[in-house]
Design a protein around this ligand. Sequence first.
Ligand code: BJW
Length: 229
Amino acid sequence: MKIVVLTGAGISAESGVPTFRDADGLWEGHRVEDVATPEAYEARPSAVHRFYDARRTALSAVEPNPAHHALARLEEHLGDDLLVVTQNIDDLHERAGSRRVVHMHGELRSALCRGCRSRMPWQADLGDFPPCPRCGVSELRPDVVWFGEIPYEMDRILAAVGESDLFVSIGTSGAVYPAAGFVQVALLNGARTLELNLQPSEGTTLFHEHRHGPAGVLVPEWVASLVTA
Ligand code: BJW
């Protein structure tokens, strides 16, 4: 059985990483749609760098939770038949042991050159506008996908979703496309669809099955049922 799992901020919530659209969400009073844009970066680059530098630093203080570990365990059983597509820019899937992970909205521990478009692993702050070590010309920005930009590895993702027998969405509000549309691609190709989320997502009616509760409980239960079956 081929499985594609789409994860969102909700899977990292129990690790202490804030979500975007919940009451205690990340942007506190700002709509994420107004600030996660290239235009916001052009207007206030220092403020945007401060925000991402703080989130990168905070990553060192959080750990993967039982939901991340369960997905890593599932990969041990399914190997190449499991692909985790995450909208998250944290590295908690990898730290739990998952290897087949696509970061469609980029990664906190990566930088992108605004000039030569090189992507490179990056641990330090970007707020002092370091030049690109590859071209030396332009400044680096967070390697994340803002509104209006094209998410990474879309061809690989759509091929995997199209070939999947089961599509599982975990901890995402279903508010942001193209990720919110993957369930429809899966349905059109005959896959079963399962939602594991704290509450019904915006696309909840598109799923054959829903389980609502914390990912740290639901995901290990779901993985255990698959592995024992
Ligand atoms: C728990 C839990 C627990 C809590 N256990 N659950 C009009 C109509 C349709 C589309 C568009 C439109 N106008 C514009 C668009 C396109 C636009 C878009 O979707 N806009 C919407 C506002 C409508 N999309 C884009 O621009 C994208 N690019 C694009 O479309 O390019 C064109 C193209 C695509 C493909 C091929 C060719 C061309 C880019 C989108 C980029 C999104 N970027 C961000 C920021 C990334 C960097 C950063 O992290 O700062 O990505 S925005 C933000 O939202 C972030 C997230 O990945 C993304 C999704 O959020 P997520 O993960 O769902 O979090 P929440 O907070 O919304 O939800 C958390 C859920 O977890 C909730 O349901 C909770 O209940 C639950 N939860 N605790 C389980 N313990």
